[in-house]
Design a protein. Structure first.
Length: 280
């Protein structure tokens, strides 16, 4: 009986590993082919069967891409908008989360419910109002139109509020008040240094969201020199003459910063998402 149970457990284990490997192949397969196609000329990409190994056409594809778009300018704008968006999101969401977690004030629960309710509104419904507001402010074709309107997302406020409530003892804040610290000093000197895992989680999410943002630049950007990288890559596509090798090379370049950031912040991401999950 024991041997049968061990055999059954082994079978289930192999089945689990097989399912895991199949799932990994389905998820990583498109990324692998993107990097492969980035090194091949357009004539070989659509060959049958499709190529499975890397070629030597990457630098030629990059040369074609740089002739079609101001590559370094677009990449620089994406980095600038991503950094500004991430920094402002961490600042405003941590301040709002601190207020909701620590203070008691009138209509607190109603206001927090209103903030959470904004998560139920589809993002595309804000396209026309966003354009009208940015036009009224004369922010069309300006990078601040990309990082200021969404600097305090509801998800970030919720994450910070939950983390501060569960991971930072209120006794610590009360002790700081007894020592004569003002509220801003408590936030900056006591709370912020303890928000490392939450900052890592929210920062990663905010940067990826900003880096991959396509609709926002499409609505408010007009000049090709002001395009962020995803919008610039889209401009390379044509109904009749798309340089797919160059497009895949640009897509591969766009993925690399996200991979680097995820590798260095994945531990903080897991800590931030699981913090407080096993607390009583």
């Amino acid at each position: 009986m024991s041997a049968a149970q061990q055999s059954e457990g082994s079978t289930l284990g192999w089945g689990g590993w097989l399912a895991l490997l199949l799932g990994a192949a389905l998820m990583l397969g498109p990324f692998y082919f993107m990097f492969v196609f980035a090194t091949l000329p357009r004539s070989e990409i659509f060959s049958v069967p499709p190529p499975l190994f890397f070629g030597d056409h990457f630098f030629m594809n990059m040369e074609i891409l740089m002739k079609k778009i101001p590559f370094w300018i677009n990449l620089g704008w994406s980095l600038y908008v991503g950094i500004m968006s991430t920094g402002l999101t961490l600042l405003f969401c941590s301040m709002a989360g601190f207020a909701f977690a620590v203070y008691e004030f009138r209509f607190k629960n109603a206001l927090f419910s209103l903030v959470m309710g904004t998560m139920l509104v589809p993002a595309f419904l804000g396209m026309i109002p966003t354009f009208l507001i940015m036009d009224a402010l004369h922010w069309i074709d300006q990078p601040r139109a990309l990082y200021l309107p969404g600097a305090a997302p509801a998800m970030g406020i919720f994450l910070m509020r939950q983390y501060i409530s569960s991971a930072i003892p209120k006794e610590l804040i009360e002790a700081a008040r007894m020592d004569g610290c003002g509220e801003l000093r408590i936030y900056w000197s006591v709370v912020v240094p303890l928000l490392g895992p939450a900052f890592g989680t929210l920062g990663l999410i905010a940067f990826i969201s900003s880096w991959n943002n396509f609709i926002g630049p499409l609505v408010v950007m007009r000049s090709p020199e002001m395009y962020t990288f995803p919008l610039a890559l889209r401009s390379v596509q044509s109904p009749v003459d798309t340089e797919w090798g160059a497009l895949m090379a640009g897509s591969a370049i766009a993925v690399i910063p996200l991979l680097i950031i995820f590798i260095f912040s994945s531990r903080r991401l897991i800590d931030g998402l699981t913090s407080g999950a096993v607390r009583g």
